[in-house]
Design a protein around this ligand. Structure first.
Ligand SMILES: [Zn+2]
Length: 272
């Protein structure tokens, strides 16, 4: 039926993080390092474009003392911007979508590589969807969240029009959120149902509930977890796998250096 599904999906790469593989694969012992993409997703719906996640805040790179504070904590983890300007605005320009075309934002979790562009939507009236548990954690227990990679400057703003969910939530026609806690206390993943007239099928975007294809294929815990044990993150991976299998959709890992560019190329071909 027309108007009930998404019309087009455009994966965005908003930067890169070079890190030890153990950040993504908890029990890995190979000593490998990965260069992981920073993901976001644009979804065209009958009501306008929906943006899932927002990448880095480039102000925290441009200013040396801020960069030292926010990105100098762990010398093993090196984040880089994809270009000279604002990563979200540059990616939107490449996709031919303007900031004003975005009618809703979904945030998987408040880590700095996902929440750094929320500020673009503060004061605009654009709803920003998040789990209530995630915002409660992000605004509590200072300075714990910052030590865990959540930078309050990115999301502590009364002008953000939060839409806080307690579990599953509808965001727009064809776009919904499902709880996938573990990596962070209120992590959520997103289900995109493609409208029949746009080819049908769909995708489940795990984001950081499953960084890599290996987390999904082998039920392996992610390396980042808050308020639970590493093994507990597999509960969300299994739930997402069964949801994707039940719908016949692909489950897309959040930071896979191979799967993400491959999906980007595939979807670009699908809708051109
Ligand atoms: Zn994360």
């Amino acid at each position: 039926m027309a108007g009930t599904g998404a019309l087009r999906v455009v994966p965005l790469t908003l930067g890169w993080v070079e890190l030890p593989i153990t950040v993504s694969l908890h029990a890995d012992t190979t000593g490998r390092r990965l260069r992981e993409p920073v993901p976001a997703v644009l979804v065209q719906t009958g009501q306008g474009w929906v943006l899932l996640d927002t990448g880095f805040n480039p102000a925290l790179f441009a200013d040396a003392p801020l960069h030292r504070r926010f990105h100098g904590r762990d010398p093993d983890i090196r984040s880089t911007l994809p270009g000279p300007g604002d990563p979200l605005l540059e990616a939107l320009t490449r996709a031919g979508v303007s900031l004003g075309d975005i009618v809703a934002v979904g945030i998987s979790h408040l880590h700095y590589d996902h929440a750094g562009g929320i500020r673009h939507f503060a004061g605009t009236g654009v709803p920003v969807h998040l789990q209530r548990t995630e915002l409660d954690y992000g605004l509590s227990g200072h300075p714990g969240p910052e030590a865990n990679g959540m930078f309050r400057i990115d999301y502590d703003d009364v002008a953000i029009d939060w839409r806080l969910a307690d579990g599953g939530a509808a965001i727009a026609p064809g776009v919904s959120a499902v709880s996938s806690a573990g990596h962070t206390p209120g992590h959520q993943s997103f289900v995109v149902d493609i409208a029949e007239e746009a080819g049908g099928g769909g995708y489940v975007f795990a984001f950081d509930a499953a960084d890599l294809t290996e987390n999904i294929d082998n039920d392996l815990p992610v390396g980042g977890f808050i308020g639970c044990a590493a093994e507990d993150t597999v509960t969300s991976i299994r739930r997402l796998k069964s949801l994707a299998a039940q719908k016949g959709y692909r489950l897309v890992p959040g930071h896979d250096p191979v799967a993400w560019p491959a999906l980007t190329a595939e979807l670009s071909a699908r809708w051109h």
